[in-house]
Design a protein around this ligand. Structure first.
Ligand code: UDP
Length: 458
């Protein structure tokens, strides 16, 4: 039974505190995980440090009741953190650095406050790339899990690389050099996550190394946003090394995320008026910066397909968009440009026929779970690895070469939407949609994972 989170809690109801850096690709899956835990009767509190660049509708002290449970929001705050509208903290690297310096005492205070309020924290679940949360939890003797926000394949690659458990090509070997890691298909150096060969001073890399240390030393469970059918050999190969529990796919689907919306987002209404599987949807996540040249090639390539398109261009990239693209879209009503949309809902809409994606892991999982074929255009981080899997392992799309060129884009879109291969690509996409849906059903991979985790906490 779900208990009201306002009332004093019975000490026997486990209280899970979810902690995330305020990055879109991190808060979104953690929020979905929170729903699953709350719907199993656990007391769930969600804590992040919202800032102006984050699409997050849940203010400090609010609760969300989603029918099968409740999540309470109690954010990291205080003088040490930022004012929510401070534009300095729109940059992910600054966010990570600032949290590393300032968040630990704020989180410790929040955990103490829960005990004083009669709802002592039984378990902290912190996202990857927030190693300070692991340190605080273990320092206070609170069991904690890490929600790994990328694929199991990427975790395995990092684990094998940083613990020297497999032979990796050197930085100089070139993108074609191959690597063999247990549980993974042979991968070229160009398909590896960018942090493997990134310079050591990059903050993301330092944070990753801190995460890998806490995974070995203090973390009790590693929750994965994946499901058995998607990454079984990789999950099995990692089990002897890490206490992994697959709890995915963590995507909100047609349910409103509550964190992805934008005030003037009417994308779903616009899609309602488009024919089935006709629309090219283009979105590059919450962080990626594309260049002016890439943007104009993208706009020209979309126009050349003659197909309807829904293009997300974040406010920080808006001035890169050629005026004639906007005018043409508005004039013909064939295209729509928005600053943000509820992506999971868009992908689940029957009018979407293909997704041009930067291959962030959430976008990857959302595309697979929706059965939408993809054109991949990865930039960095885990995106090259996800693009490789989408195209060559899952077989749901094609890779658009870099740099963006209008003709290549048009050809790739045609290949997955109308060319001779399109039927086979669509059939494989439908197969993954069915697998994801089975993982989400009672007794499926997600259900088993959540049950295992809840039993472990109990
Ligand atoms: N997203 C969204 N609306 C948009 C663009 C992105 O809701 O217009 C969501 C998307 O559904 C995903 C997250 O933001 O859940 C982005 O995460 P991902 O891992 O794909 O990429 P990142 O932003 O971390 O690069």
């Amino acid at each position: 039974k779900v208990q009201s989170q306002q009332a004093p809690m019975s000490s026997r109801v486990p209280h899970v505190l979810l902690v995330s850096a305020p990055l879109q690709g991190h808060v979104n899956p953690l929020l979905v995980l929170g729903r699953h835990l709350a719907s199993r009767g656990l007391l769930v509190t969600f804590s992040t440090a919202p800032h102006g660049g984050l699409k997050f509708g849940h203010g400090d002290g609010s609760t969300v009741d989603f029918g099968r449970g409740t999540i309470r929001f109690e954010h990291l705050k205080g003088g040490a953190l930022w004012a929510s509208d401070d534009p300095r903290y729109h940059d992910a690297m600054d966010v990570l650095r600032h949290l590393e310096e300032t968040a630990p005492p704020v989180l410790a205070e929040l955990i103490r406050g829960q005990s004083e309020a009669g709802r002592a924290v039984s378990c902290v679940v912190a996202n990857a790339f927030a190693p300070w949360a692991s340190r605080v939890a273990s320092g206070m003797g609170v069991p904690h899990a890490m929600l790994w926000t990328e694929s199991c394949a990427v975790l395995s690659l990092f684990y094998h690389y940083f613990h020297s458990l497999a032979d990796f090509p050197s930085r100089e070997a070139g993108p074609g050099a191959m690597v063999a890691v247990p549980g993974l298909p042979p991968l070229a150096a160009g398909d590896l996550p960018a942090l493997i060969h990134a310079p050591e001073e990059i903050m993301w890399r330092q944070v990753l190394i801190a995460d890998l240390r806490s995974l070995r030393e203090t973390v009790t469970w590693v929750l994965l946003n994946t499901f058995d059918e998607l990454e079984r050999p990789t999950i099995e190969a990692l089990r002897p090394h890490l206490p992994v529990i697959p709890v995915g796919p963590l995507c909100s689907g047609t349910e409103s995320h509550g964190s992805g919306g934008h005030d003037d987002d009417d994308s779903v209404a616009w899609l309602d008026a488009q024919p089935p599987r006709s629309v090219v949807f283009v979105a590059f996540g919450s962080l990626l910066q594309i260049s002016r040249d890439e943007m104009s090639e993208l706009a020209a390539g979309l126009a050349a397909t003659g197909r309807p398109f829904l293009l997300v261009v974040r406010d920080d990239n808006r001035e890169l968009l050629p005026d004639d693209c906007l005018a043409a879209a508005a004039g013909s009503n064939r295209g729509k440009v928005v600053a943000w949309c509820e992506q999971a809902r868009v992908l689940a809409h029957g009018a979407v026929g293909c997704f041009v994606t930067h291959c962030g892991w959430n976008s990857t999982v959302e595309a697979l779970a929706s059965g939408v074929p993809v054109v991949t255009y990865p930039a960095w981080a885990d995106q090259p690895t996800n693009a490789k899997f989408l195209a060559d392992v899952y077989g749901v799309g094609v890779r658009l070469p870099k740099p963006m060129a209008r003709d290549a884009l048009r050809r790739c879109i045609e290949e997955v939407m109308g060319g001779p291969e399109a039927v086979a690509v669509l059939a494989r996409s439908a197969k993954w949609k069915a697998e994801a849906s089975a993982a989400l059903s009672t007794g499926g991979s997600l259900d088993k994972g959540i049950q295992e985790f809840v039993a472990a906490i109990l």
